[in-house]
Design a protein around this ligand. Structure first.
Ligand code: 4UW
Length: 568
């Protein structure tokens, strides 16, 4: 059938800086005439030979500037955070870090200084890349964790000043590196290769505050090959030599943009049209200007398109063949409405998580079932568990999804407790608990589809971005007026979900005016956290936060009560 195929071999000694860019590791590199990265603002392209040179030269310049020794084994001593919106150089920077056997930890460009500081601390980064407009935030965070100011490096950004006084730029380091002797080729044994961390991305997993997820080179390569294998038949069906011109709008700091957009595209020789932020008209204009044929988005963009059809119709979007969505649920009705408006496009969905280095499922264009997250990729083994822990094998029966796959990550950095809770050794191997409630259903075409029906874990998803209740609760508890609190998701038509706080007022609070207290609490979050974490779902004062005998907040109980109230 169209979904058949099996993974033969996943290279386990190849660093990502060389994967399909270089012949050194035996695989045929992509053609030199291709342009993997195209700036969606200036139109500037980066061709393959340039990209390879920039990675090599930046690695050398970086090693010399920050005193890193290339190609030694002490990987966790070499961590750099990249705090920047999407640029055509974002992946160049990561691969240069990899070229030195270092780790790249991408941070969301919307972060506050406090959030960035947290990431610098947890990842123990000693180098920070940022763009001119984010430099003040970057410096505030860097100074709080004693990161050497000389190790803050500016990545040029279209429309921004090309340098910042006194700071090294990526271009400076590339120029410097070009004059230095060649680096040794990275050589890993199979065992080492499988354990070599490439990225520290952040996820709160099934509970608690955000944790650094150790994503190996092997994990990323595995997922790229899994997606490629799944999609090749459809590309073959379009035309031989078909290339994606794909939208690079999802943040490259998040696993979706990083793996399922960037690494897969570069591997296949596609082009990525890089956009730093979502402005609806610019998004539509870019599709027309660059004849984008593959859109990778999140559900709020689908909803915006459905609600603004007239505006969409002002642009020539006929280049588009397919649209991909994921990172949060897309309602079946919305999917149907969208697909009827854009009936020439294939509407696809993927499901996955940071802990699976992106995709677990994908949708075949030959079996689109709107509302479903698609079918398991080959190489994935799945289990459904009931709340009592028994395995569910029947169709149309919900349970928690557990996944075993070559892309399941190494674990959380320095966090044995979270590792023990999330990555479980079972009789048939190591599985990751997704915290998602799913059902397997048989499609009319006879394939087994994954339907995500609810979320069991604490996580809140706002526009596809993670918001960890425990992180907001910790922030709220710092406020004098808050004696106790719990944060839960509430449904929102546009954002998908929004965080809402239940707060027990402290006896010490000076005023009886609840609105004054509420405003002060909202302000506290707005000052400390990026916008998608603001309590746009509201603040409600309560007498008590429901807890289990062991003191755990019963967030699910609160969430279900809130759902019922909103249905009435
Ligand atoms: N339906 C319902 C979905 C879905 C979903 C994710 O921030 P993270 O850790 O990771 C992501 C990954 C997004 C993604 C994976 C695979 C893929 O092909 C693709 O392209 C479209 C995107 O967001 O959050 C993981 C959590 O996000 C929810 C779910 O709760 C999961 O555990 N989630 N995809 N299709 N919910």
């Amino acid at each position: 059938g169209p979904l058949a195929g099996s993974l033969l071999e996943i290279p386990d000694t190849v660093p990502l800086c060389d994967f399909r860019l270089d012949e050194r590791h035996g695989r045929r590199p992509i053609a030199e005439s291709l342009d993997p990265f195209v700036c969606g603002i200036s139109g500037r392209t980066v061709l393959v030979p340039q990209l390879k040179d920039r990675v090599d030269h930046l690695a050398k310049g970086l090693a010399q500037h920050v005193g890193w020794v290339a190609n030694d084994g002490t990987e966790f001593d070499k961590v750099a955070v990249i705090f920047a919106p999407n640029t055509i150089d974002t992946l160049t920077i990561s691969w240069a870090i990899h070229r030195l056997n270092g780790l790249s930890s991408p941070a969301n460009a919307v972060y506050s200084a406090e959030e960035l500081q947290y990431q610098l601390d947890i990842s123990r980064a000693t180098v920070l890349f940022t763009v001119p407009s984010l430099l003040p935030i970057a410096l505030r965070a860097a100074s709080k964790c004693n990161l050497n100011q000389d190790h803050v490096i500016i990545c040029e950004m279209p429309g921004e000043p090309q340098s910042s006084k006194g700071f090294r730029t990526v271009s400076n380091l590339i120029e410097q590196g070009a004059t230095l002797p060649e680096l040794d080729v990275l050589r890993w044994t199979k065992a080492q290769g499988r354990r070599q961390t490439a990225f520290l991305c952040f996820s709160s997993g099934t509970s608690g505050t955000p944790k650094a997820v150790m994503i190996s080179h092997y994990n990323v390569i595995a997922n790229v090959l899994q997606i490629q294998l799944f999609e090749q038949h459809m590309r073959d069906a379009i035309e031989p030599g078909y290339r994606d011109v794909t939208l690079g709008l999802m943040p490259f700091s998040h696993i979706y943009g990083l793996v399922a957009i960037c690494h897969i595209a570069v591997y296949r020789g596609d082009s990525i049209i890089v956009l730093p932020k979502f402005v609806f008209k610019d998004f539509l204009a870019s599709i027309e200007r660059f004849k984008i044929n593959t859109l990778s988005v999140v559900p709020p963009i689908i909803i915006t398109m459905v609600k603004n059809k007239a505006l969409c119709d002002q642009f020539n979007l006929t280049s588009v063949r397919q649209i991909m969505t994921g990172a949060a649920p897309l309602g079946q009705e919305t999917a149907q409405e969208f697909a009827s408006q854009y009936s020439n496009w294939v509407t696809r969905q993927g499901y996955g998580m940071t802990e699976t280095a992106t995709a677990v499922t994908n949708t075949s264009p030959f079996d689109v079932w709107l509302g479903s997250s698609g079918c398991l990729l080959s190489g994935v083994e799945a289990k459904l568990l009931s709340p009592e822990g028994t395995e569910i094998s029947a169709y149309n029966t919900p349970g928690e999804l557990l996944v075993k796959a070559p892309s399941v990550v190494l674990g959380y950095l320095n966090n044995p407790k979270a590792n023990a809770e999330t990555f479980v050794d079972m009789a048939d191997g190591r599985f990751v608990k997704t915290g998602d409630e799913v059902e397997f259903r048989k499609s009319p075409a006879g394939n087994e589809h994954v339907w995500v029906v609810d979320r069991i874990k604490e996580l809140i998803k706002v526009k596809g971005l993670q918001v960890a209740p425990a992180e907001l609760e910790a922030c709220l508890l710092e406020h004098l007026a808050v004696a106790d609190c719990a944060v839960i998701p509430v449904a929102d038509e546009r954002a998908g979900e929004l965080p809402k706080a239940f707060v027990v007022k402290s006896a010490a609070v000076a005023t009886d005016d609840e609105n004054v207290v509420k405003q002060s609490i909202l302000k506290r979050v707005e000052k400390a956290k990026s916008r998608h974490k603001w309590l746009a779902g509201g603040v409600e004062f309560v007498d008590i936060i429901p807890k289990s005998p062991s003191g755990k907040i019963l967030r699910r109980l609160l969430r279900d009560l809130e759902r019922e109230r909103r249905r009435d």
